[in-house]
Design a protein around this ligand. Structure first.
Ligand SMILES: [Cu+2]
Length: 559
């Protein structure tokens, strides 16, 4: 008893000092030895459908995190859960201030001054500890809340808190916004005497109210539009209908499958690629679509929308699956001059051992791409990646099956010659390879490809990064399948595409950017024969591609 009291006094005496000096360590949720496994992150739709204690705790923990006040001294004196939501959320972008003694501002001149990297190889590895930090706080809040439930429910709620992890939104398998993010209020069970009582509370997944001090600029410039809460699809648009309409305009499922099955290395898969839409560019599309622009499309404010952690848990999951399929290409393996960030001047040489500020392990050891490359030891995993019970080969096979069942579709024109019995089925697929310099366009904007006036592909250019070449290979399959082009010979199809193709660059307000002012814009037409897999634990094989550069007369015609 005496010892406990002494420890408590010590904690009271040192906690504020410790918080001011040392960044909150990012460890993932502690799980003991983990030899018997760790909890899996769940699909938000499954978590909601199952309901029960896990759902009650998830919603109530999010509410508690959103309500915690930075100025409330009590919040510093708790052993766990010391970081109010607003401090967590501002790490990503605005206001641009130092996080918890993580080092002073080093960003370059007018360059990006938030901590998050975009448009560079660090993108996925930086966001992994960010979601882990969120998850640590979520679970510690859930544990505290679980302890308030009465006797007969105590064990159930404690167990649910123990296995709660940050849920993900699988926008590739089901390209509609999660139903849980739609209603303004949500019903959850609170303790009531010896029983439970269902109560309706404001839905923490619906909106986040910006703390007034943040909004009025106490910590630096925030939102020029002074929106007091996060907004999705304002009138005349509606949420979720308009958001779901946006999401349906891009073939996310096909993009995801192409990235998994065609990317040849980490950079192709995650950063930028000629032949597929990389994970980061797919992720950009979600930021544009899911809230019809608004805060969610701007890296400086996007983390404040409650969709953010659902979205980024999924980005992390997709990366973890890629790592299981391609362990030889799990991270980037080169050095490059990085872009400006809060703690990193532009041009700093970035390698897999570069720190990921402001994220530190205990004892102020900086986390790096190398130290977060494996999810082992971070207290969470995903379906298929039960690493404590499976070999690497088994996980690779299980993840391949999972990717095939979740994301494959039978697109592409069937080859003219039908395959004789026993021979592999081949299809011919068409891609538009797009390339442009971000510096030449007003951002955010969309680069849209049309065939006969129908949108055949679309890429989002975010505010950040402001420069650098962006590349992607956009599948044209859907529009070709819907037209009579798929019945034509290759030469006829190529001619038809040349006659029908047009490009438009559209700003967030719907107005068009004059593409004669974007000299870097290039589009090459690619066709490639793809051999379908013989079994569902294999991926399709892409043959040699044929490329045709589409000249200015085609690209820059007026449509
Ligand atoms: Cu993001």
């Amino acid at each position: 008893m005496l010892l406990e009291a002494a420890v408590a006094v010590l904690a009271l005496a040192t906690a504020p000092f410790a918080v001011a000096q040392d960044p909150y360590p990012v460890t993932g949720v502690p799980v003991g030895s983990g030899v018997d496994g760790v909890p899996l992150r769940q699909n938000i739709n499954d978590l909601q459908a199952a309901g029960g204690p896990a759902w009650d705790l998830y919603i109530r923990a999010l509410s508690a995190m959103q309500a915690a006040k930075e100025t409330d001294p009590l919040s510093y004196f708790q052993i766990e859960g010391t970081v109010p939501m607003r401090r967590l959320l501002r790490i990503h972008g605005r206001p641009f201030i130092e996080w918890d003694g993580a080092g002073s501002q080093q960003s370059t001149g007018s360059g990006w001054a938030g901590y998050c990297p975009h448009g560079e190889a660090l993108f996925v590895s930086w966001h992994r500890p960010y979601v882990m930090l969120f998850e640590q706080l979520l679970v510690s809040n859930a544990k505290q809340i679980a302890s308030t439930y009465p006797g007969q429910y105590q064990q159930q709620y404690a167990a649910a808190a123990e296995s709660l992890r940050a849920p993900f939104w699988d926008w590739a398998a089901d390209s509609t916004v999660p139903a849980a993010t739609v209603p303004a209020t949500v019903q959850v069970n609170f303790p009531n005497g010896q029983g439970l009582e269902g109560r309706s509370i404001p839905n923490p997944l619906y909106t986040y109210t910006i703390p007034p001090a943040v909004l009025t600029g106490e910590f630096g410039p925030f939102d020029a539009q002074m929106r007091s809460q996060t907004v999705r699809c304002p009138s005349p648009q509606t949420y979720p209908a308009s958001a779901n309409g946006n999401l349906a305009s891009r073939p996310y499922k096909q993009w995801m499958y192409d990235a998994f099955t065609r990317a040849s290395n980490f950079s192709d898969f995650a950063v930028t690629s000629n032949s597929v839409v990389s994970l980061e560019l797919i992720h950009n599309g979600i930021h544009w679509d899911a809230a019809c622009g608004q805060q969610f499309v701007s890296p400086d404010l996007s983390a404040f929308d409650p969709l953010f952690m659902l979205h980024h848990a999924n980005v992390d999951r997709i990366w973890a699956y890629w790592q299981a399929i391609r362990p030889d290409q799990d991270i980037f393996q080169y050095s490059y001059p990085g872009l400006s960030r809060f703690a990193t001047p532009e041009g700093t040489m970035i390698s897999p051992s570069s720190p990921l500020p402001p994220f530190f392990a205990p004892q102020r050891v900086p986390l790096t791409t190398e130290s977060v490359r494996s999810i082992k030891g971070f207290g969470y995993s995903y379906t298929g990646l039960e690493y404590w019970a499976k070999s690497a080969d088994q996980m690779k096979q299980d993840v391949t099956l999972l990717i095939n069942s979740l994301y494959s579709s039978s697109t592409g024109s069937p080859s003219k010659r039908s395959a004789p019995r026993g021979e592999p089925v081949q299809v011919r697929r068409y891609f538009a390879r797009v390339r442009l310099d971000r510096a030449e366009v007003e951002k955010p904007c969309q680069v849209n490809i049309y065939l006969d006036g129908k949108q055949a592909g679309s890429l989002v250019v975010m505010n950040q990064p402001a420069q650098g070449i962006m590349r992607a290979g956009l599948t044209l399959d859907e529009v070709i399948q819907a037209s009579d082009m798929h019945t034509m010979s290759v030469d006829e199809t190529v001619d038809a595409i040349k006659a029908a193709l047009a490009v438009k660059i559209i700003k967030a307000d719907g107005s068009t950017i004059d593409i004669t002012k974007v000299p870097s814009l290039r589009v090459d037409l690619e066709h490639v024969v793809v051999t379908k897999p013989a079994a569902n634990d294999q991926f399709p094989k892409f043959g040699t591609s044929s490329l045709l550069a589409l000249g200015d007369s085609i690209l820059r015609k007026i449509i």
